[in-house]
Design a protein around this ligand. Structure first.
Ligand SMILES: Cc1cc2nc3c(=O)[nH]c(=O)nc-3n(C[C@H](O)[C@H](O)[C@H](O)COP(=O)(O)O)c2cc1C
Length: 197
């Protein structure tokens, strides 16, 4: 069992960082072999440019993208942790998705539409917002992040996805915060076995 954690937060004091610590702790406890791709620390280049477009057309990849694709291919479990920015992912993660989950690596199109190529893999996506669940719902944005990352991205390319959102995280008290982080550990513990095992 191998896991690849893609982490997209610049701050160590963040709730997202606390989530990362709980996920790694849980995976360590289970003796799961994992790697953390801390996109800010790596200074990941997130812009899909003309060279990337050329590479995709040629069926090749630049070294940085090839490294990520190898890690994604090897991993049975992908974990993504990020704060919601403008009801989407931070640009560095959006760029990771653009550059790494390319046509003919992550999916291909046939006459019926997209076909996911990263099948028999699981993903856990953990996101945070400043806004509360109630405010998100009231503004019609309750489901938008999940739709985008689950239906529009990871499920489309083949993953079996567990999604959990933590709302209003700057305002939660320490008991609620602890409860949320305990839930993170539980989620990380519940889906670690490869499908079919
Ligand atoms: C550029 C930027 C955009 C943001 N956009 C949103 C947003 O669309 N909705 C929201 O609820 N919070 C938004 N936030 C607040 C973050 O989601 C919030 O600070 C974060 O989820 C808190 O978790 P953390 O402690 O892990 O940073 C934004 C923050 C930044 C810096």
């Amino acid at each position: 069992m191998k896991a690849c954690i893609v982490f997209a937060h610049e701050g160590k004091e963040s709730f997202c960082h606390a989530i990362l610590e709980r996920v790694t702790r849980s995976l360590q406890k289970q003796h799961v072999d994992f790697t953390v791709r801390d996109l800010y620390q790596m200074k990941f280049q997130p812009v899909f440019d003309a060279a990337d477009m050329q590479n995709v057309s040629n069926g090749s990849a630049s070294q940085d993208v090839a490294t990520e694709q190898e890690l994604i291919s090897e991993a049975d479990l992908l974990v993504m942790i990020y704060p919601v920015w403008w009801w989407s992912a931070p640009a560095i993660l959006k760029g990771y998705i653009d550059r790494v989950f390319t046509n003919n690596f992550a999916f291909r199109y046939d006459s019926d539409g997209p076909v996911g190529l990263l099948a028999n893999k699981q993903a856990i996506v953990l996101t945070t917002t400043r806004e509360s669940e109630a405010d998100m719902k009231a503004s019609g944005l309750g489901d938008v992040v999940k739709k985008q990352i689950v239906d529009g991205t990871l499920a489309m390319i083949g993953y079996d996805v567990t999604y959990r959102h933590f709302a209003a995280v700057p305002y939660v008290d320490s008991a609620d915060r602890e409860q949320m982080l305990a839930e993170v550990e539980k989620i990380a513990a519940s889906v670690h076995q490869p499908l079919g095992v």
